[in-house]
Design a protein around this ligand. Sequence first.
Ligand code: E4P
Length: 238
Amino acid sequence: MEYFLDTADIEAIKRINEIFPLKGVTTNPSIIAKEKRDFKDIINDIYNIIGKEKVVHAQAVGSTADIIVKEVNLLRDTFGENIYAKIPVTFEGIKAMKILSKDGHKITATGILSSQQIIMAAEAGAEYMAPYINRSDNIGESGVEIVRDAYKILEMFKKSDEECLKRYKRVFELKILGASFKNVRQVHETMLAGSKSVTISPDVFERLIYHPYTDWSMDTFNSDWEKIYGDKTLIDLL
Ligand code: E4P
């Protein structure tokens, strides 16, 4: 599994990166705007916390393919190879993906609310596809079905590795980066649908492994131990 943190909140990134195995951090224009500070400083601060070997996803904001292409080139020139350019699945976005993927850019297709958008973005050369699970659920559709159907379609028309290398210059793997989660159940269902990557906001992230019975079990162990050994740990006893 690949876990990404969906935030630009530096304190939350520090806290969660110290504990959990993160693949990287994802942002979007709303997440960045919330910080009310220099864009370049925000991305550099994130890299300083997670390390340059990890990846950051930053979104292009231009509304034409021409501007998106320029933005994405600048992103790579400024931050290096470990930046993924998030590009929306609009007409202009798909056009930009086609141009940029030929130039080896790392692309995450974003704003996805249908399986067809996943398939189209993958064909246009995006590496990750980010379906918005909760936004889909919110209007009575199903984020998880979007993921499931996309995998089903891709599996039915799977291309050979040889064909993929020729066409995409890489062995093709449909990487669905589940996004926009409001609860752990949505994350769980998205993984079950086949998604190996998820990006999660800090509040939902910290609930991923929470279970009240685990806490109760640890409290019981601690109080049983203390009755006999006080505050000693194994360091004192071995
Ligand atoms: C993903 O690309 C988006 O940044 C994000 O997950 C959207 O989440 P939201 O619907 O909670 O704003």
